[in-house]
Ligand binder design. Structure first.
Ligand code: MG
Length: 384
């Protein structure tokens, strides 16, 4: 039986990964979360992992008290180091990384170094440190399987095809909740986190609303599929039925379609190249009627173009883009900046970013810290 470890198990993708693991009858050998220890303990009770990581050291006392009440408590590990130890444990066949943000980079590398294939939902990791991660994965001979719905679609569309035959990757974008909105002043947090098609966590919902999500996904695709940024196009497809497409040199386009349910890409990452009965509702094409496609409006959504921009600058600029965005979104969710400030702050950070050719992981970590400080510094002069 396959044993999987799920990092970030209390988040949206983590919870759905556990649902999929249960339906596939997989053994769960490890779990981790940042600070939601109550839900984590409940998951541990249901799935019986041998080891559990808790990223936030401040949650240690609370976690110890909760887990000590279990009849067979798992071994507990604390702090970022602890989460990496869980990721690296020998008993996993596959590590699902559903951690949100750059913090996911260490456990990803720990899992790769331990020789585990990684199912990656943690897009910030690839955006910031794609070259480091993919190089390391190649050296260790491990597979990085995408969970992000677009990249899962592309991954499915390129099965059995040679890389040389790929002419273009077409990333679809729902456009988010504000696709028909022209006045972005006074957008509330509640409005920004209510995505029309997908059920996702708050960070990625805001990214979808600013369309910076597509910028992150362009960089993610560049690394996952080893393509130049000029080969990656974004097309707005409001229905979220086609999850992305690959155009081949002969002009054929292969697309992956399905209902907008993250459990489908999660399951494919766990079973590929096999396919088994899934949990998502089946697509009823005739009830959908038609599919529409439009160019992204970069004047209203400049965030969508930042991935290509970041890749043109290379070096640490993609890491700066992602970290500045993480910080700006965090400030927005706390009411410290306006919705319209998010993309401005990210663009300012990218313009002022240090330029480093072929950065090491240390350079990337430094750039990440720099970008967050830059955004916090600018925030003092934000309007609210
Ligand atoms: Mg996506």
């Amino acid at each position: 039986m396959t044993s999987i470890c799920i990092l970030g198990s209390t988040g949206s993708v983590g919870v759905q990964s556990l649902e999929v693991a249960r339906s596939l009858g997989l053994k769960v050998s490890g779990l981790s979360a940042y600070s939601e220890v109550e839900l984590l303990a409940e998951q541990a009770r249901q799935f019986g992992p041998a080891m559990v990581g808790i990223g936030d050291v401040r949650a240690e006392a609370r976690a110890r008290a909760l887990f000590s009440r279990m009849s067979t408590p798992p071994e507990l590990f604390f702090g970022p180091e602890g989460v990496s130890q869980v990721a690296a444990a020998a008993e996993h066949d596959l590590v699902v990384n559903a951690i949100v943000g750059f913090a996911g980079v260490w456990p990803t590398l720990a899992a790769i170094d331990a020789g585990h294939d990684v199912a990656l939902a943690n897009k910030e990791t690839l955006v910031a440190a794609g070259s480091v991660i993919m190089d390391r994965a190649r050296q260790e001979g491990v597979a990085i399987r995408p969970i992000d719905s677009e990249h899962s679609a592309i991954y499915q569309c390129i099965q059995g095809q040679g890389r040389e035959a790929v002419a273009r990757i077409i990333l679809t974008a729902s456009g988010g909740p504000f696709i028909d909105r022209y006045d972005f002043a006074d957008i509330s947090v509640a409005e920004a986190i209510s995505h029309p098609n997908w059920n996702m966590g708050p960070k990625i919902s805001v990214d979808s609303a600013t369309m910076i999500n597509k910028a992150l996904e362009v960089v993610e695709a560049r690394w996952l599929f080893d393509v130049d940024s000029e080969m990656i196009d974004i097309v707005v497809h409001r229905e979220s039925v086609i999850h992305s497409m690959v155009e081949y040199c002969d002009g054929s386009i292969i697309a992956q379609l399905g209902t907008a349910d993250m459990r489908t890409p999660i399951q494919y990452a766990l079973t590929c190249p096999e396919r088994v009965e899934g949990l998502a509702a089946k697509l009823d094409l005739s009830s959908i009627g038609k599919l529409t496609f439009e160019k992204p409006d970069l004047s209203r959504f400049p965030g969508a173009g930042l991935g290509h921009e970041a890749l043109r600058h290379k070096g640490v600029v993609p890491a700066v883009m992602s970290a500045a965005n993480e910080e700006a979104v965090r400030l927005f969710l706390h009411g410290a900046v306006r919705f319209v400030d998010i993309v401005d702050l990210v663009m300012e950070a990218m313009e002022s970013s240090p330029r480093i050719e072929e950065p090491s992981l240390d350079d990337i970590v430094e750039a990440d810290v720099w970008a967050r400080e830059f955004v916090r510094g600018r925030c003092r002069s934000c309007t609210r």
